[in-house]
Design a protein around this ligand. Structure first.
Ligand SMILES: Nc1nc2c(c(=O)[nH]1)N[C@@H](CN(C=O)c1ccc(C(=O)N[C@@H](CCC(=O)O)C(=O)O)cc1)CN2
Ligand code: GAR
Length: 185
């Protein structure tokens, strides 16, 4: 049975879809949901699925505390699902090509520092792009520059608000992320 840990900083709708997907799986289990925000709603979602949770801060992350926990749990894949801190070298070195992130745009467009959540959809709207989408990629030391493993696009209408765009992107994320995660195990 493969073990998956999810890191998330916010609501956790992607984390919930992943927990649902693997709930009765014989291939993998969600061993941990970890967050850097003690009030993140993802922690409530974890309780519904009886998934253990762990709260940490940026100093813990950079000191290797989370890395040691994930190694101790013998996690096979680390999934970033709306996680908003930079993954440090100590974690990347311990899980080479085993950390995967979902980004709410078609990288390399709209990536890098500051490009997260609604900031991304606002930028797509401001640019009057006719398409956006999702990118699922392996994580390296820089934001949004790791190897792309999957992309999917969706049309943006002129009348779409950033919130409409966010909804369309979330639908893509929920549809594809669990399957792509399974393909990486
Ligand atoms: N080493 C890596 N760490 C992380 C990556 C990555 O590709 N390599 N992806 C991000 C997720 N992400 C985009 O997909 C992303 C998240 C957050 C930011 C950002 O600018 N964060 C702010 C802090 C925000 C906060 O603390 O609320 C910042 O760094 O100033 C950019 C991209 C996860 N980690
Ligand atoms: N750059 C990172 C980033 O913006 N990640 C995005 O945060 C959202 C989390 O939603 P969720 O908490 O409902 O899963 C998702 O749209 C994800 O792509």
């Amino acid at each position: 049975m493969k073990k998956i840990a999810i890191l998330a900083s916010g609501s956790g709708s992607n984390a919930e879809k992943i927990m649902e997907y693997f709930q009765d799986s014989e291939i993998a289990q969600i061993s941990l949901i970890a967050s850097n925000k003690k009030d993140a709603f993802v922690l409530e979602r974890a309780k519904k699925f009886d998934v253990p949770t762990f709260i940490f801060n940026k100093a813990d992350l950079e000191a290797g505390l989370l890395t040691r926990m994930l190694l101790g749990l013998e996690v096979d894949l680390v999934v970033l699902a709306g996680f908003l801190l930079k993954i440090p070298e100590n974690l990347i070195r311990s899980f080479p090509d085993k950390i995967v992130n979902i980004h709410p745009a078609l990288l390399p467009k709209y990536g890098g520092k500051g490009m997260y959540g609604m900031h991304v959809h606002q930028a797509v709207k401001a640019a009057k792009d006719e398409e956006t989408g999702i990118t699922i990629h392996l994580v390296n030391e820089n934001y949004d520059e790791g190897k792309v493993v999957f992309q999917a696009g969706v049309e943006v209408q002129e009348s779409d608000t950033p919130e409409d765009i966010a909804q369309k992107v979330h639908e893509l994320e929920h549809k594809y992320f669990p399957n792509v995660i399974e393909s990486l195990l």
